[in-house]
Design a protein around this ligand. Structure first.
Ligand code: SAH
Length: 349
């Protein structure tokens, strides 16, 4: 059986079969895009789940070559939101109807593990009907456990690339793919709904690397997958590298939807930044999650992972109505439920 048939039948593919799918994108994409959308509708219906994204610190101990908030970038205005500000943003988001808050940031030693646990606890105490997602990088298992015990429900940690040599190309010596993957395993063991993912078109990435990413996702079976194009940031070592390919990003969304029919798959801000109708195209290719920006102004301005990052149009949480309208135009509806992974939905208050 060839790769396409296996993919559509829900069977596991080999690395070579993923390579085949990638190399034959030109003629496969239209059909697989359609199948991916159908698969999404069959599992989650027309709902698109929204998450309020709060970028709460851009301090980071890491030095990833692609990332605009890397430690060595001395042109960044560093900020760290205090608890009151974050809770205020949650109140705004709750008022808008959001029932998931995503706290994302650099690996900031200034935000102690304990402090973050208390913050999670405070959010969950005020909003017991909401999910809290953390996305704050690599930490020891005990720390992940303490945040889970404080009430965190989900964790996003993109693996960035599943190839050891490519990982080395994107990160300095002190970071390793092995540690990243151990973190993902630990998060899953603890009981989080876990998201991994990667950038499309990161420097040094070719078909073999993408096939490795798909192969990894197939075996890891995450609950969520974040995929967006690489976009250069002017103060990083990759400033002169070209942006990732938007169409290829859309194709990868479709492949992931078909591989993991129940995955929660965001149409990312990076995709919306690259393509004028990126968000909508993402939903038509199998995505069913959107993460509008709920950060305060100061954070939006300075959380500069890449150049020209959108944050004030339909990407902004304040524009949920506009987002709803753009979804209606493609026959989808904005859902204000928690939007848990189907296998992880329990009756919540
Ligand atoms: N510190 C956290 C959050 C990182 S920022 C962590 O390590 O998980 C969230 C994601 O943005 C990263 O995982 C990366 O895939 C993406 N990102 C960073 N720089 C980018 C760039 N230049 N272009 C596109 N995406 C980028």
């Amino acid at each position: 059986m060839d790769g396409v048939k296996k993919l559509l039948a829900g069977e596991a593919l080999s690395r070579e079969e993923f390579v085949y799918l990638l190399e034959n994108r030109a003629h496969l994409q239209p059909m697989l895009t359609k199948k991916a959308e159908e698969t999404c509708l069959a599992n989650y219906g027309r709902d698109v789940y929204v998450r309020g994204l709060i970028e709460f610190t851009n301090y980071c101990r890491n030095d990833c070559y692609y990332c605009g908030i890397r430690r060595s970038n001395c042109y960044v205005n560093r900020f760290r939101l205090d608890e009151d500000t974050i809770l205020e943003r949650c109140a705004v988001g709750y008022g808008l109807g959001l029932r998931t808050f995503v706290l994302q940031g650099g690996e900031d030693g200034g935000y102690s593990f304990h402090r973050l646990a208390n913050l999670v606890n405070a959010i969950k105490t005020r909003y017991p009907d909401c999910a809290v997602t953390l996305s704050v990088g690599e930490h020891p298992k005990e720390v992940y456990q303490s945040w889970f015990d404080a009430g965190a429900d989900r964790y996003l940690l993109r693996h960035e690339t599943a190839s050891t040599s490519h990982y080395r190309h994107l990160h300095p010596e002190r970071q390793s793919l092995q540690t990243r993957l151990e973190c993902l395993e630990n998060l899953k063991e603890i009981g989080y709904q876990v998201g991994c993912g990667f950038m499309v078109g990161s420097p040094g990435q070719g078909v073999a690397e993408l096939a490795e990413d798909l192969f990894f996702i197939q075996s890891f079976r995450p609950h969520m997958v974040g995929i967006g194009p690489f976009l250069p940031q002017k103060d990083t070592p990759f400033r002169n590298e070209p942006s990732g390919d938007g169409e290829l990003t859309l194709y990868l969304l479709s492949l992931v939807r078909l591989m993991l029919p129940r995955v929660l798959l965001p149409a990312t801000t990076a995709l919306a930044t690259l393509l004028p109708k990126g968000r909508e195209q993402g939903f038509l290719a199998g995505a069913n999650v959107c993460m509008p920006n709920l950060s305060p102004e100061e954070a939006r301005k300075n959380y500069t992972l890449y150049d020209n990052k959108l944050s004030t149009g339909t990407e902004a949480a304040e524009s949920l109505q506009a987002l709803d309208k753009s979804l209606q135009a493609i026959d989808r509806t904005l859902s204000l439920s928690r939007g848990d992974h189907i296998e992880r939905t329990k009756p919540y208050v």
